[in-house]
Design a protein around this ligand. Sequence first.
Ligand code: AMP
Ligand code: ZN
Ligand code: FE
Ligand code: FE
Length: 274
Amino acid sequence: MRIDLHTHSVVSDGTETPAQVMASAAAAGLDIVALTDHDTMVGVEAAQARATEIGIGFVPGIEISCSDHGVSIHLLSYWHDLADAEVDAMLAKTRAARVDRAKEIVGKIAIDYPVTWEQVLARSGGAVTVGRPHIADALVDQGVVPTRDAAFQQILAGNSRYYVPHYAPEVTAAVRTMRRAGGVTVFAHPGADARGRVVPTSVIEKMADAGLAGLEVDHRDHSPQQRERLTGVAAQLGLIRTGASDYHGTGKLNRLGENLTTQQAFEALRAARP
Ligand code: AMP
Ligand code: ZN
Ligand code: FE
Ligand code: FE
């Protein structure tokens, strides 16, 4: 069984529609795939419909922007109620903050480079959740950088002088909210220190106490040493070890199926549904 539980579509910052992601997943030989756009579930229905047509297993999901004392944390949630009002309000607040924050970042960059908010907005197309990758696309259009990746190496990096953070819910509150809404939560790329600060094990403990089910150990942004450490943390805290690609279409190097979740871990996630 090839199971990949972390992918993005154009609804957030991927480059394929939700339906196209499902077709790509089947072409990549996956048996089960989750759609986990940032801070929105808008793509889930279309993805589910296409997955059913193609005959591939589908898991409805999301990647929620959270924070712990100013450190950004990404929380995956699966199978929660798509119509939950509290979840909806939490996500709407983050998405609105993301727009203001993207405008601020563009304002700062515009002092030094030829880019406008209108270009970014046009480039983000139908995205429900706006992010730095859309700013990267505008910078590529303007010839400032060759690729999204190049934009993130410098201008859009977390330590760049143009960087602005955005509001995000406190992580244990988000874990509780998603669990109450029927979700199973997994801490996404917990050791990805190349993209910014990461949290100490004490925060993972706090999340486990709040009802966290799993740790995404096998992810491109983790070194072998980090995978080993996180495997130990998962075992110690009784968390399910998952793996996934974090596919963004052509927006990132990550390829579908490059990291996988075992069938046993998947069954454990399913059994963890509240
Ligand atoms: P934001 O959500 O606005 O803070 O932007 C972060 C998003 O940018 C993450 O979801 C990443 O998938 C994406 N990202 C981070 N680094 C890169 C990169 N080097 N190339 C393309 N996308 C990236
Ligand atoms: Zn992303
Ligand atoms: Fe993430
Ligand atoms: Fe992601």
